[in-house]
Structure formats: C-alpha cells, structure tokens
Design a protein around this ligand. Structure first.
Ligand code: SF4
Length: 368
C-alpha cells in the first residue's frame, strides 16, 4: 500500500518535470542512447508505472543481468533437485521453486514426493533445521549481495550441524564488465541497483567507471528515483563524462555496510561460473570458503544430478540475449504463447524480477 512517504516519490507532476528535462537532454545529446539497469526491481518500477511511455524516442532503457533467479544456472538447479530427491529438506526462496533445471524444477521434485520448503530468509531455513534435528536441511541460497550477506551472517553465527548451504549466490560487478565487453551490447550508461549498493557502497563502481569509461548512477526503486537516475546518466552522457554518482543517498553510502561486507567476504570467495544464458563469468559466483566447508552442501554431499534430456523448447529461449541487453521479451517467439508464468520455459518467465514475467504482467513498451 502506498504511504505518504512513498507517494512523495510517485508524484506525477514531479515525474513530468523530470521527463521534460530528460527530453531536453536527449535533444542536446542528439543521438540514440542505450541505458541498462541491472535489477528486476528497476524493471518492475519502469513497467508497472509505465515510465517508458514518458521517455523520448531514441532513449532505450533495458534490463541487464539483474534478476538473480534468472541467472542461476540450470546445473545449480539440478544440484538442488538432486539433494531433494536424495532425502534432504531443501529450503529456498519462492522464486526458485519453479525455475526449470535441465529436466525439472524443485516444484517437480516436490510433486514427486521430495521435501522442498519455501522460506523468506536464510534464518527461516535455520529454523527448519532446528525443528528437524534428524534431517539434513540444505538452503539453496540464491541472489546477489543483498541476500549473500545475510546467508554469510547465518554461517558465521554457527548454525545447527544438520544445516548446510548450496550456494548459487552471484556477485554483480564482474557481470557488468562482461556485459560492457559484449560486442553486440552498446551500453552508454548503467543504472546500478540501489539495494545491492546499500551493502557494497557506491564506491565499488569507481574502478568499473575508470576502466570502461561508462557512467554509472546508483538509483532507487520508486518512479521518481528511476527517472532521476536516467536524468543523471543523460547529464553525464551530454557532458561527455564517464562519472559515478549516487542518486539514492537516502539509503546508499560510499562505503556501504562495512560490517555486512566483512562477514560476506569472511564466508564467501569469488569463483568463476556460468550465468545462465549469458556466459562463464570470472569471479562472479560466490562459493563458501574452505573454513566453512562443514556447512557447504557441495563438500558435505556427493551431489550427482540425474539430469536426463532438456525440454527442446529451452533451445528457443532467448533469456540470455535479453539479459545481455540485446533483445526484448516480445522478440521471443515463445513469449506469452508456449512460455507463460504457469508454464515457464526460461527462468526470465518465473521470477517476479524476470523481464519476461514483468513484461507479460505490465506490458513492457506502453504507448499511452
Ligand atoms: Fe525464455 Fe520464455 Fe522469455 Fe522466451 S518468453 S525468452 S522462452 S523466458
């Protein structure tokens, strides 16, 4: 429900004023501009509030690899399914429940009798372990820095002995580098996710801006936050500057949550791994460090997924292109037909942060 505080950030008159300034900046820039945001919550705000209808011709705002559920790789889902089929209680966030693995999802495993529990936090998964002392409870942990930090805190605090983590956590900055280097992805500016930056701090992006000479603005998630972030990016582009700016100062600081970061890096280390449909990205997966191996499901169990054959429709899924910013959902021939939230073919149609699901729900390119 919208409160007085949120309504300040949804004021239509203020939105129109920013949109006018965006128009003027685009006229000044005088050529098409491609912006990328890296967050499902930004896409939700853009689609739900019809913000694309306020943007001038020639200004494209696309979603990159910002949906953690969508970039969770099929073999990672297969591992979780195998653990559930082998008798562990697998706890995971609701969005992961229906994400297809190679041949099935956790929902399929549950329907076949496996014990899969949806939780809202890592600490709820620990409660499950406490309530079931005779069972192994594996937390299939997904998400970027915002959820990796709480998972780390749970392991650092010493959970029960029957609790372990199957980490599919991801680390965003290296993925931005890969997207910036993709030959077909021509990004003029990145709108970085405010909630992840609450943990990491906006200073983290300094090295990226310097290396790639692409401006980065950290933005919040209300409609005015998003429009303001777009305006700030256009100011940088118009001035020919590749700068870094924090347009979400009410939540984000330069250094971030240093205590949470310390714990996150105490428990996790980066490792290379496949981001579903995008690429093998160096140092963009978060693996449990050796010191916490007792809680690492990959160390604790022999996980041997019996994957079988993949659904042939998955070969026509263009989720990877969408997350790389080179295609929109309505360019997929399965969009809204063979692929729907009830029968998702790709992960982008499952999660509330997936571009395909968001576009199907709200319409991605409104023409009001
Ligand atoms: Fe993949 Fe479905 Fe999106 Fe097509 S509509 S890209 S199949 S998730």
């Amino acid at each position: 429900m919208a409160t007085d505080a949120t309504l300040q950030f949804r004021d239509p008159d203020a939105a129109r004023e920013i949109a006018d300034r965006i128009d003027a900046l685009m006229a000044d820039v005088g050529e098409p501009v491609n912006l990328m945001h890296v967050c499902g919550s930004h896409e939700q705000a853009i689609a739900k509030f019809g913000l694309r209808s306020m943007l001038p011709e020639g200004l494209a705002v696309r979603m990159g690899p910002g949906c953690p559920v969508c970039v969770t790789n099929m073999p990672e889902v297969d591992e979780a399914v195998a653990l559930a089929e082998d008798g562990a209680i697998v706890a995971t966030y609701g969005d992961m429940y229906r994400v297809p693995g190679t041949a099935g999802s956790l929902a399929d495993a549950s329907a076949a009798g496996a014990d899969v529990e949806i939780v809202y936090s890592a600490s709820e998964a620990v409660e499950l372990a406490e309530e079931n002392p005779g069972r192994e409870v594996v937390f299939f942990a997904t998400g970027f820095e915002t959820t990796a930090a709480p998972t780390a805190a749970i392991l650092a605090a010493g959970p029960p002995g029957n609790f372990s983590v199957l980490s599919a956590h991801k680390y965003v900055p290296p993925a931005m580098e890969v997207v910036a280097e993709l030959p077909d992805t021509d990004v003029d500016g990145f709108l970085a996710a405010g909630h992840a930056a609450t943990i990491t701090g906006y200073g983290l992006f300094e090295a990226f801006v310097e290396e790639y000479e692409i401006p980065v603005v950290v933005g919040g998630f209300e409609p005015l936050d998003v429009l303001l972030g777009i305006e700030r990016l256009l100011e940088h582009i118009d001035d020919g500057r590749a700068g870094l700016e924090n347009a979400y100062p009410r939540c984000v600081s330069e250094e971030g949550n240093t205590a949470a970061l310390e714990t996150m890096w105490e428990v996790f280390e980066t490792t290379s791994g496949e981001w579903r449909g995008i690429a093998n990205i160096p140092d963009a997966n978060l693996a449990v460090r050796e010191e916490y191996a007792a809680y690492d499901a990959r160390e604790r169990f022999e996980i041997d997924p019996d994957v079988g054959a993949a659904d042939p429709l998955t070969e026509r899924c263009i989720c990877g292109d969408i997350m790389a910013g080179t295609a929109d959902p309505d360019e997929c021939e399965l969009f809204g037909e063979e692929c729907t939230p009830r029968n998702p073919v790709g992960a982008c149609m499952v999660s509330s942060e997936g571009t395909c699901k968001i576009w199907l729900e709200y319409g991605g390119r409104p023409d009001l």
